[in-house]
Design a protein around this ligand. Structure first.
Ligand code: 13P
Length: 252
């Protein structure tokens, strides 16, 4: 049982070459055939064109790992929502802890990006998550609440239903240290309750809440069986089609 629509999204991060992308996405298409969830590959900007080409006419959707919130103009090196949509991209990640740490991503830019993505017809995957210090200090939910409230500021209930929230405890990312099923469920349930208080029960139930952080072929079933975990944002395990397919088939 789950609440929101199941979405399993790969976040390739800074991996794979444009020249490898077409064949790899075709592999993902083949391996995930019959999946009962939404299957998404989020790729580096330079891989998006071949990824979209390979996914065309299939069940696999393509996402970007970032966007700029401005419409257009003098923003050297940036990519707008409209450019992504024009390419056939359907999802976009924002607020990932790596971008918060290395690229000045803040709750304010996450909010601007979410609003821009929604206005352009892209589905935002909004990441949130606490550090190990915050978890040990017992302020996990306080911290996540600030991130979620700021990310959703000014977004209508109708638009909020389209957003995917990814709960990614920073200490679990790329470390092989997964949150336990109960730890992940506790926070995802807390996020759902917060969304219900910001909007209403129906809106909160419609929002997809993913867990991310060392989710893999071995531990995915337990996490995805939890009522408030509607999918996963997958780093390392999304780089191998067979592993990714085990996760997509567990999401039902
Ligand atoms: P890993 O699955 O490699 O831990 O990465 C998780 C993540 O950051 C997805 O966005």
């Amino acid at each position: 049982m789950t609440m929101g629509k199941y979405v399993i999204a790969g976040n390739w991060k800074m991996n794979k070459l444009p020249s490898e992308t077409y064949d790899f996405v075709k592999e993902v298409v083949e391996a995930t055939k019959g999946a009962e969830c939404e299957v998404v590959c989020c790729t580096p900007y330079v891989c998006l064109a071949p990824a979209v080409e390979a996914a065309k006419g299939t069940h696999v959707k393509i996402g970007a790992e970032n966007l700029h919130y401005e419409e257009k103009g003098a923003f050297t090196g940036e990519v707008s929502a409209e450019m992504l949509a024009d390419l056939g991209v359907e999802y976009v990640i924002m607020g990932h802890s790596e971008r918060r740490e290395y690229n000045n991503e803040t709750d304010e830019t996450v909010n601007l990006k979410a609003k821009k993505a929604l206005a352009t017809g892209l589905i935002p995957i909004v990441c949130c998550g606490e550090s190990l210090e915050q978890r040990e200090a017992g302020i996990t939910m306080d911290w996540i609440s600030i991130q979620i409230k700021k990310a959703f500021a000014g977004i209508s209930a109708e638009d909020a239903k389209k957003v995917v929230v990814a709960y990614e405890p920073i200490w679990a990312i790329g470390t092989g240290k997964t949150a336990t099923d109960d730890q992940a469920e506790e926070v995802c349930g807390g996020i759902r309750a917060l969304l219900a208080s910001l909007y209403d029960e129906d809106t909160a139930k419609a929002i997809t809440i993913q867990y991310g952080g060392s989710m893999n072929a071995k531990n995915c079933a337990g996490l995805l069986a939890k009522p408030n975990i509607d999918g996963g944002l997958i780093g390392g395990a999304s780089l191998k089609a067979a592993d990714f397919a085990v996760i997509t088939s567990a999401a039902k």
